[in-house]
Structure formats: structure tokens, C-alpha cells
Design a protein. Sequence first.
Length: 165
Amino acid sequence: GVPQIEVTFEIDVNGILHVSAEDKGTGSKNKITITNDANRLSPEDIERMIKDAETFAEDDKKLKEVVEARNELEGYAYNLKNQINDKEKLGGKLSDEEKVTIETAVDQAINWLESNKEATVEELQQQKKDLEGTVQPIVSKLYEGAGTGGESATPEDEGAEKDEL
């Protein structure tokens, strides 16, 4: 008869080809492993790429911190600006002098942000602290005055009372 040979091809996760052949009549087996080193990265290249990835991961982390600090300051400044202009919120409770003080501080912070695009996390955090330092005393006075007037109940407090009923 005709020889019967069973051939098996396997490719592993690393792209290495394993070929095995077995003659069914005689039972003899043979195996060969084929690697294609021509299109593969050398171990040195792989190691270099891993080190580059670690280096860039640190840079990405620093950039993320800067972006978060910038967004925090920007969000805080614009939130204040909106509250001052809203008569239902802070705008209706501040004197003209207090409004001007806060508006000036907010505008300075926004202008600083626009002219310091490459600012560090520390500089951004300091700007936010400076802005808070100007705003906090004014807002604190409002809450102290509201505490005696009975307006200190927050929406969360009202919701809690309703839940208890």
C-alpha cells in the first residue's frame, strides 16, 4: 500500500511553528520546531521597549497630575464666577464690594491660567490656595450670618427629615 503519514502543525503564542509527522504503518515519529528570527525583536529590543514604557508611564503620571490640578483650579474659578453672577446663589447675598473682590481674584486666576500653560502642579495648587484664601473669609461671613437667621438648613437636612417620616 500507500504510506499513511499524519502531519500536525501547531503555532504557539510566541509565533513558533511546531511540526510533527508520524508514519502510521511503521509508527516512527519526527518533530521539528521552526522559528522566524528574521522578523522578530531581539531580546535587547524588547528590554529597551519595556524600559521606555516604564519611563513614559512616569511622564504620563506627572502630566495627569498637572492636568488634574489645572482642571481643579479652572473649575473652581468658573464655578465661583457663575455663583457670583447668579442672584439666587452667592450673587444675591454679597455686597458690591465683596463681589468685586471675588471677581477680581477669579479673573486674576483665569488670566494666570491662560498665561501659564506650562505651570507645575505646585504652582497650580498655590494659585488655587490663593484664590481660596481670598474667597473663604467672605463666604464664611455669609454662613455665620445665615446661622442665626435660620437659613442654615441644607437640602440634605430637609431630605433626611422627610426620610424619617
